[in-house]
Design a protein around this ligand. Structure first.
Ligand code: 8YV
Length: 313
């Protein structure tokens, strides 16, 4: 009987995915191993596949511990925590799950934009605390008809833009190159785009190329009527500059799903009433996580069947 390929799992996955992995492969649970070094010493030379995730550090130092690794399968679309260059230098195939989560992540971008502009969390607390009995809540600000700047017009950025066009919003975008979009204005200068829009939605990849792309200059350009939404990566924003901008009302509000050092979120954000906080939930629906699991399994299955993988990086 052919030996089942041996995989190392760097995180826990949805139950159905875990069951399928165990049925098809010899799996080793690195993520909850009592002695990770002992596990690697015992199985590291046999591991052919590393199963990781978009929020799981997968540096060269870890990949090196699996000299026979042939594939790194990422559960998620973002691969910034993975040393992809090193993996490729070893001839390791890297896969991710790009398409299945686009719509949910884009939905979260709209949720956070609306929640921040219409102060949904503040209103909920206002009702729960019985404060409506003493009078009406403050007015908020409209979203429909406004101008939005998308930072990163990839699959998720386009999905956010489509949604916001339905709100009657005009769409601009910033990124490394002009994609000649028929309806959306391109800005090569992010600060210039921030000056011209009322809403800035971050949908770009994480990693060194986008680290602190949004700092004090862009935040000041966005201005006191501006709202920032981050569904990309915490690293894209200079978090200290954002906190200061929110504290000093240099921008109107923010809606955040990602942070610089998850799950640790700066307590200074907890005291602010002009920020909506979400715990990296954008793809975390039952439906999308099941689809991400199926996509990860399909990538692994294709590879070990000697077929082209559906989602090569
Ligand atoms: C991940 C994400 O899917 O896919 C990504 O890049 O940021 C998340 O939606 C989640 O962290 C699971 O790894």
């Amino acid at each position: 009987m052919e030996q089942r390929p041996e995989l190392i799992l760097l995180r826990d996955y949805p139950e159905a995915m875990m069951r399928a992995l165990s049925a098809q492969y010899a799996v080793h649970r690195y993520f909850d191993a009592a002695d990770k070094d002992a596990l690697v010493a015992a199985v590291g030379d046999r591991v052919r596949g590393i199963v990781t995730g978009s929020s799981i550090p997968t540096p060269r130092s870890l990949i090196e511990r699996f000299p026979r690794a042939e594939i790194i399968a990422c559960f998620g679309v973002g691969v910034d925590p993975i040393d992809v260059d090193y993996a490729r230098s070893r001839g390791i195939v890297v896969t991710n799950t790009p398409d299945v989560l686009v719509e949910d992540v884009a939905d979260m971008g709209v949720v956070l934009l609306l929640a921040a502009s219409r102060q949904i969390v503040r209103g909920d607390r206002f009702v729960r605390e019985g404060r409506w009995l003493a009078g009406i809540m403050n007015f908020t600000h409209r979203v429909n008809g406004g101008r939005v700047g998308i930072v990163g017009l990839g699959r998720i950025g386009c999905a956010v833009a489509r949604r916001l066009e339905a709100f009657g919003m005009s769409v601009a975008y910033h990124g490394p190159r002009d994609k000649q979009h028929p309806r959306y204005r391109y800005y090569g200068d992010l600060a210039a785009m921030a000056r011209d829009v009322g809403f800035l939605v971050l949908t770009c990849p994480g990693g060194p190329a986008t680290r602190h792309l949004v700092g004090r200059e862009v935040l000041e350009a966005l201005g006191p009527e501006g709202i920032l939404v981050n569904i990309a990566r915490g690293s894209v924003v200079d978090e200290e500059a954002l906190i200061a901008a929110l504290q000093r009302r240099l921008i109107r509000a923010a809606g955040l799903d990602v942070y610089a050092d998850e799950p640790r979120v700066p307590p200074a954000l907890f005291d602010l009433d002009n920020v909506v906080l979400s715990p990296h939930q954008s793809s975390a629906t039952h439906e999308t996580r099941a689809a991400m699991g199926a996509c990860t399994l399909a990538n692994l299955r294709a590879y070990f069947d000697g077929q082209p993988v559906p989602n090569p990086l």
